[in-house]
Every structure is written in C-alpha cells, then in structure tokens.
Design a protein around this ligand. Structure first.
Ligand SMILES: [Zn+2]
Length: 189
C-alpha cells in the first residue's frame, strides 16, 4: 500500500511529464546534475522484495553503467499501466513492456506482476540502463549500450565459475588413488 502512495507522490512531484522525446532539446537530469559516482547508495529501489532489491543492486554494481538511475520502482501491474499511460509510453514490437525508463527523471519502472525470472529481469535491466547511458529513448541506442553491460555480466559470471572451480580443486585434492599412483611411479615416500 505504501508503494502506491509513494509512487503517486513521486508522480505528483514531477508535474507534467513527456515521454519519448528523442530530439536534442531534451535535457535530462538538469544542468547542475552530474552523473553520480558509482555507489550502491546513490539510487533508491522502491517496492521490491529484499531479494529483488539485492539482485538489482548487485547486477547494477557488476554492470557499472555510465549513468545510474536515480530510482527503480517495482510497481503492481495496474500502477504500471497507469504510468505507461501518463508517460504516453508506446512499446515497440519486439521489446518488453515489463519495464521502462523515464529519462528526464532517470527512473526505471518495473512491472512487478510481470516479473518472470531473475535472468530476464537482469537482461531487460541492462536495456533500461542502456537508455540512460545513451541518453536516448530509441530502442536501438539502448540495445547498443546494453550489449556492453551484458558482456560485463557474462564476464563476471565466468570469473565466478572459474573461482568456484578453483575452490573445489583446493577442497578436493587428488584422490588417494592418484596419490599412490604418483608414489608408485616416483618411488618416493
Ligand atoms: Zn527500451
């Protein structure tokens, strides 16, 4: 319930809002506002479960986007639909309608009722961060920027798998059979 109130207050606070302006006159963030230094605390996450929030924060941390959102809202489907209407959002064919970014306020809206799984959430989160990084409402621009972010996620995933494999090798040293085989071949005790 608090989420709904919070979202409504948030919307009121911004007054008239336009969506999808891709021309160069659109100024995001205001003249005095610069991209914040990367830190887990420079943006707010609303309406998420603790797990969702942890996932969003850890994945954004790994992706190191050039521009962070200021807010990430998980909202109920009806609220999400309201927001898409308020922002005159039209979702191009082939793109998810489970989340969108309002560029002027650097706000990402996620339809909490269409949360499919962590993987798809992260995939499309990269897309939304791509909108912010490219400062563009165009899907192609967002995807171009998202590719680099997804690559960072893959690289991190590989690194972690590698670490796990290394840990397992340490924990499970060569078997007794291997040990005795090597002893037999060298003759050293
Ligand atoms: Zn998009």
């Amino acid at each position: 319930m608090k989420i709904t109130v919070g979202a409504a207050l948030f919307l009121l606070g911004f007054g008239p809002i336009c969506w999808g302006q891709t021309n160069s006159t659109m100024n995001t963030g205001g003249a005095g506002e610069t991209a914040p230094l990367l830190s887990a605390n420079t943006y707010a996450v609303f309406g998420a479960t603790p797990q969702q929030e942890a996932l969003v924060r850890s994945q954004i941390h790994i992706m190191q986007p050039a521009v962070l959102p200021l807010r990430v809202f998980f909202v109920a489907h009806s609220k999400y639909v309201d927001n898409t209407r308020i922002f005159h959002l039209q979702v191009p064919a082939g793109y998810t309608s489970a989340m969108f970014t309002h560029l002027p306020s650097r706000t990402i809206f996620i339809d909490a009722d269409r949360y499919i799984n962590d993987e798809s959430l992260v995939y499309w989160l990269a897309h939304e961060l791509g909108h912010l990084a490219s400062n563009s409402a165009k899907e192609q621009d967002a995807e171009r920027a998202a590719r680099e972010l997804r690559k960072r996620l893959r690289d991190e995933g590989k690194r972690r798998r590698h670490d796990v494999a290394g840990e397992q090798a340490k924990r499970f040293p060569p078997s007794a059979a291997q040990f005795f085989a090597s002893f037999a071949s060298t003759g050293n005790l």
